[in-house]
Design a protein around this ligand. Structure first.
Ligand SMILES: N[C@@H](CCC(=O)N[C@@H](CS)C(=O)NCC(=O)O)C(=O)O
Length: 211
């Protein structure tokens, strides 16, 4: 089975890369150079017309959207226990947190990192201020959830949702209030960063910060 991951160092592809390593899936990592706009090249746009990473190609099947890919990988490897059984209460909670990451946190982050997109350069300060509020309010909610229901998003058991969440926590490291300044989030990040697969993904992507 040929598996190719298109990504960029530390980008939304990180969680896919991390899960591939955690699950022991043989794959080829193709890091695109954003400075050289390789993610907007005709070759890459033919794979992902959005010109964004990640894209995961499994035997010719193109998958995009980091959270969707994380869910699919977890389902493909049930023995790893990163996806609760379909129809179980835990599965419902898993969908909740996966989609919270994909539908609430990632769009808010996008407005923070690409603030000109919603309304042009003139609105950048207002868009970023609002995005920061959204991200911080989301982190406060997740922290409160973890404080009573943790240590992981689903309780005692680690799932793919914790991998996605940890990547998103990392993205806040240079924001005014980093996610790991909330205590329960910091505890979760410490547990996740202790996984050998985290260090290996970091090594392969050449990342050194937020260790
Ligand atoms: N919803 C997408 C977002 C992907 C995304 O925004 N990726 C960023 C890097 S973190 C990207 O490719 N940015 C380049 C661009 O938008 O031009 C996902 O979760 O996969």
């Amino acid at each position: 089975m040929a598996t190719i991951l298109y990504g960029s160092s530390g980008a939304a592809s990180l969680v896919v890369h991390w899960l591939l390593i955690e699950l022991g899936v043989p794959h080829e990592l193709r890091l695109l150079d954003f400075d050289r706009k390789e993610h907007k090249s005709p070759e890459y746009l033919a794979i992902n017309p959005q010109g964004r990473v990640p894209a995961l190609v499994i035997d010719g099947l193109v998958l995009t959207e980091s959270v969707a890919i994380a869910m699919h990988l977890a389902d493909l490897h049930p023995g790893a226990g990163l996806a609760p059984p379909v129809g179980s209460p835990e599965r419902g909670a898993w969908y909740r947190w996966m989609l919270f990451c994909g539908s609430t946190l990632i769009p808010a982050y996008r407005r923070w990192f690409y603030p000109h997109e919603p309304a042009g350069e003139g609105q950048v300060p207002a868009v970023q201020a609002r995005a920061m509020d959204e991200v911080e309010s989301a982190w406060a909610q997740v922290d409160a959830h973890l404080a009573t229901n943790g240590p992981y998003l689903l309780g005692e058991r680690r799932s793919a949702a914790d991998f996605v969440l940890t990547m998103l926590m990392r993205w806040s490291r240079n924001m005014p209030r980093p996610a790991d300044t909330w205590p329960a989030l910091a505890a979760l990040a410490s547990r996740m960063k202790a996984l050998p697969s985290f260090a290996e993904a970091y090594r392969r992507e050449g990342l050194t910060d937020w260790t």
